[in-house]
Design a binder for this molecule. Structure first.
Ligand code: AMP
Length: 367
């Protein structure tokens, strides 16, 4: 395990005047790079050849420099890590980094400073740790079943990792569960290893809301936490193939029942629900400081279903920037009430870095 002290030693050798924001060229990289440029940082993208042309189409979000790799996991090679360190890179983690490199590689093999607390990614990546965190935060979570046997109500079946809903399914009986799982294994959608680590949850009906928060240790908000401020930077709703299933009625083909995320829609929520939304974010940070000190830092997202009868149920937490925040490069209907300038989550991350550098407290938000 790479310790915070080891990362601190690397950071100690960095030229603080020349810190560069680096990220893997996928997921929310356009937003991260765009925001870093707005805050005056140099930017580095770790990119595969086939993706570079895309950044030419978006010059305001194109990294100043690229580190070329054949596949993303190659960012772990000693040569590439050395290159990143030489360029004073601080990495911003996102869902593709978690998926392609993996939380344990990030924890054990990536000796490059990273924004936030990297231990958090392990709490996100492991469903049982994630659940412990949510429960400790006092959030309502879907009921979970240890095995499918004996279940005669609709359940939601999912697999570990940041996989964007790919391969998830619902089932109402043991037979349906087995049949659907086998079909997915046969088609290669789900690996045998993933199938060993299946999570079976109660199917939660209601309206989905994805809350994009940011926890800053440099701003204070009286009445929230002992230290720091929880900001709501945006809300979205994911677009999944299943959302279109009704179009094929009455004979909806099976492949329409697919939860793979393909995009996001902007959402605002009834104002009377906002106090609860802020409380959920606050409690999530509060419990994290006890479970894995110093706890959650920077961007995170609570993924919820709201039902008028039972309120919010949180089915997932993403402990880093989420792709849904790509909706708001110029800020959201909520960031407008916090900042006088357009503030995306990507920019907010770089702002925190900039304030950390100015106050000579950068090491507190890097691990
Ligand atoms: P996740 O990867 O956990 O964010 O799940 C992907 C998608 O599956 C979500 O956006 C929801 O549409 C759906 N989903 C996840 N968990 C549940 C659940 N317990 N009940 C109903 N739908 C769910």
């Amino acid at each position: 395990m790479i310790s915070k002290e080891e990362i601190g030693a690397v950071l100690g050798k960095y030229d603080k005047e020349k810190i560069a924001i680096g990220t893997l060229c996928s997921h929310s990289s356009l937003q991260i790079i765009h925001g870093a440029k707005q805050e005056g940082f140099r930017t580095v993208g770790i990119c595969t050849k086939d993706r570079i042309h895309m950044y030419n189409s978006f010059p305001e979000a194109k990294p100043d420099e690229f580190i070329l790799v054949d596949k993303f996991s190659e960012m772990l090679s000693e040569k590439n890590q050395e290159l990143m360190r030489r360029k004073n890179v601080v990495l911003v983690p996102h869902g593709s980094l978690v998926q392609y490199v993996g939380p344990s590689n990030i924890r054990n093999n990536l000796l490059v400073p990273m924004f936030g607390n990297r231990a958090t990614l392990e709490w996100e990546g492991d469903r049982s740790l994630q659940r412990k965190w949510l429960v400790n935060s006092g959030l309502k979570t879907p009921r979970e079943y240890k095995e499918i046997r004996g279940i005669n109500k609709r359940v939601f079946v999912k697999f570990s990792g940041a996989r964007g809903g790919s391969g998830f399914f619902t089932a109402s009986s043991e037979d349906e569960f087995k049949e659907k799982l086998n079909t997915r294994i046969k088609s290669g959608l789900v690996s045998r290893e993933d199938a060993q680590d299946v999570t079976i949850q109660e199917f939660v009906p209601g309206v989905r809301y994805y809350f994009q928060y940011f926890y800053s240790i440099f701003e204070d908000q009286p009445g929230q936490l002992e230290r720091g401020r929880i900001e709501l930077l945006g809300i979205d709703k994911r677009i999944e193939t299943i959302d279109e299933a009704y179009r094929g009625l009455p004979d909806v083909p099976e492949e329409f029942f697919d939860y793979t995320i393909t995009g996001n829609q902007p959402v605002v929520i009834r104002e009377s629900l906002l106090p609860e939304v802020m409380k959920m974010g606050t409690e999530t940070v509060k419990s994290s400081t006890k479970l894995f000190p110093p706890g959650m830092q920077g961007a995170f997202c609570l993924e919820t279903v709201y039902h008028p009868g039972s309120g919010f149920t949180t089915f997932e937490i993403s402990a880093r920037i989420v792709a849904g925040s790509n909706l708001y490069p110029q800020g959201s209907p909520y960031s407008a009430y916090i900042f006088r300038e357009p503030m995306s989550t990507g920019r907010r991350i770089s702002r925190e870095m900039r304030v950390g550098l100015e106050r000579k407290r950068i090491s507190e938000i890097i691990y």
